[in-house]
Design a protein around this ligand. Structure first.
Ligand code: AMP
Length: 112
């Protein structure tokens, strides 16, 4: 049986949002934060997160308002194009521990 997951504030991205941990910020708005991955797998590897508390992609899609979801992905596009100057890039999100998700605050990897 599937048990309902709960957001655990004891994760690094929660601490980054609250300035309890440092990060190399690329972009910040009221609702979104983008920063360089601490262990990049390519020349440009940036993580984009909503500031609100969502565990993973599925949790985000299930609980966020439609406007919030659209706004988030528009921001991802803007960060890639305008802040990272990328024409070509890969977007990745790991959803759940078996997919390789290590940090349980929803995030998108921009890999350029
Ligand atoms: P995932 O496996 O999709 O949960 O990815 C988590 C990502 O977070 C990994 O690529 C890590 O290198 C990255 N990461 C972990 N801690 C930090 C941190 N303090 N600052 C920036 N990136 C981090």
């Amino acid at each position: 049986m599937k048990t309902k997951k709960e957001y655990d504030k004891n994760n690094v991205f929660y601490k980054i949002i609250n300035n309890e941990l440092p990060s190399k910020k690329v972009y910040e708005s009221q609702s979104v934060l983008a920063f360089h991955d601490i262990n990049p797998i390519s020349k440009i590897h940036v993580l984009v997160i909503p500031k609100k508390q969502y565990i993973d992609y599925s949790d985000f899609i299930n609980r966020a308002k439609k406007d919030e979801i659209v706004e988030f992905f528009i921001e991802v596009n803007k960060i890639a194009k305008e802040h990272l100057n990328l024409d070509d890039y890969k977007l990745v999100t790991n959803c759940g521990p078996k997919s390789g998700q290590l940090v349980f605050h929803f995030h998108i990897h921009i890999i350029g």
